[in-house]
Design a protein around this ligand. Structure first.
Ligand SMILES: *Cc1c(COP(=O)(O)O)cnc(C)c1O
Length: 385
């Protein structure tokens, strides 16, 4: 998993399908990121922020009791233990630091359930930047607590009233807004989606998950490398970051999507938010709404690199239902004392299903990224259980 080819292509996916003014802004982000990523000073500054503010490195936890029950050896990469409770902080600290390097004074972000918005507001407060977060009106109603959190952190939350008033519309609105303010604002995209350079830049900021896990597996596992590497996939950033650490190993890579948002498993070629990739579409080619109990998996498509990895057969993409994810969340809580985010519970649901169905041979070693903690989901779970 190296750099994309010319013009941000991963195979036939990716690219920069945006209005001229944004193409120029993306070019500036690309140039700044390349400079920063090649600069040891930037790397050291980011590593320090990740350590002293976000709590990295995160542990690798053997899931002893669950492993015994499943007949495999399961290890959890604990992104749930980061500050703000999910892997999103890795990317946001990287982009916020890049924004200051570019002389920008404000971050723009889109958010669905509010996780990326909260992370962006957090990073902005830490580095003395302003933050403007676009959020669908329906999501604002459903996620009042995260809206309050963002405002408490000093961010402006802008309600989006167009379309279905959810994440897809919030993203479109954030991009529209960026057109007018590219000189002083950086658009902080929340996953490995959007126009080039975002898909690979966000993956590079998330590869800290995979790089750490690789070293931890080398120390912990007799074989050094797990047989399977598993992560949930919304846009695909925690999976891309995890996979990046194991790209050059024989580990089998598995991305787990929500049944109602399975862009990689069931999407068709399309263009959305500046990027050519796989999206859920109706017969007329209109991109449809995704539906998942896990808000972070509620995106109708998948990042271009995942589409490419799927075509290459390097990674495989599977889908699990809401019910399977809820069952997996309860099981992890009761066997390991960890309440996972419902997004992460999708990855675990596949591990449970595959161990039971013979898809995961007995005795396999499995590294699974636990992308976030379940605190945000307890009221959803309380309604169901
Ligand atoms: C946002 C989110 C996801 C999905 O995003 P990816 O870009 O696919 O990683 C997964 N888990 C948690 C906890 C999230 O907050």
């Amino acid at each position: 998993m190296g750099e994309p080819r010319a013009r941000g292509r991963f195979g036939e996916y990716g690219g920069r399908y945006a209005p001229e003014s944004l193409v120029e802004a993306c070019r500036e982000v690309d140039e700044a990121f390349r400079g920063a990523w090649a600069d040891p000073g930037f790397r050291v500054a980011l590593a320090r922020l990740l350590a002293v503010h976000a709590g990295r490195p995160t542990p690798l936890t053997p899931a002893h009791r669950l492993s015994e029950a499943l007949g495999v050896r399961l290890y959890l990469k604990r992104e749930d233990l980061t500050h703000t409770g999910s892997h999103k902080i890795n990317n946001v600290l990287g982009q916020a630091l890049l924004a200051t390097r570019m002389g920008r004074r404000r971050l723009i972000a889109e958010t669905g359930a509010g996780q990326h918005g909260v992370a962006t507001a957090t990073a902005a407060a830490l580095l003395g930047l302003e933050a403007t977060v676009f959020m669908g009106e329906r999501d604002i109603e459903r996620q009042a607590l995260n809206v309050f959190r963002m405002r408490m952190l000093g961010a402006e939350v802008v309600p989006v009233t167009t379309g279905s008033r959810t994440l897809k519309d919030a993203t479109s609105e954030a991009m529209r807004h960026w057109v007018g303010v590219t000189g002083d604002s950086h658009y902080c995209v929340g996953s490995v989606v959007g126009p080039d350079p975002y898909p690979w830049m966000v993956r590079e900021f998330q590869r800290v998950i995979g790089d750490e896990a690789r070293g931890q597996c080398a120390a912990e596992l007799r074989t050094g490398v797990p047989d399977y590497v598993v992560a949930c996939v919304g846009g695909g950033s925690n999976a891309a970051g995890t996979f990046a650490g194991f790209a050059d190993t024989p580990a089998r890579l598995v991305g787990v999507e929500a049944e109602g948002g399975a862009g990689a498993a069931r999407g068709r070629l399309g263009v959305l938010h500046g990027c050519r990739s796989l999206f859920l579409q109706d017969d007329d080619g209109q991109i449809t709404e995704a539906h998942s109990i896990a808000a972070g998996l509620d995106y109708p498509g998948v990042g271009p690199e995942h589409a490419h990895l799927r075509d290459l057969g390097r990674a495989r993409y599977v889908a699990v239902t809401d019910d399977e994810a809820v069952g997996a969340a309860v099981r992890l809580a009761r066997t390991e004392g960890i309440v996972p985010a419902l997004e992460s519970a999708h990855a675990l649901a596949w591990v449970i299903r595959a161990a039971g169905g013979g898809d995961l041979p007995a005795g396999s070693t499995v590294l699974m990224t636990l992308s976030g903690r379940g605190d945000k989901d307890v009221s959803t779970l309380k309604e169901l259980l």
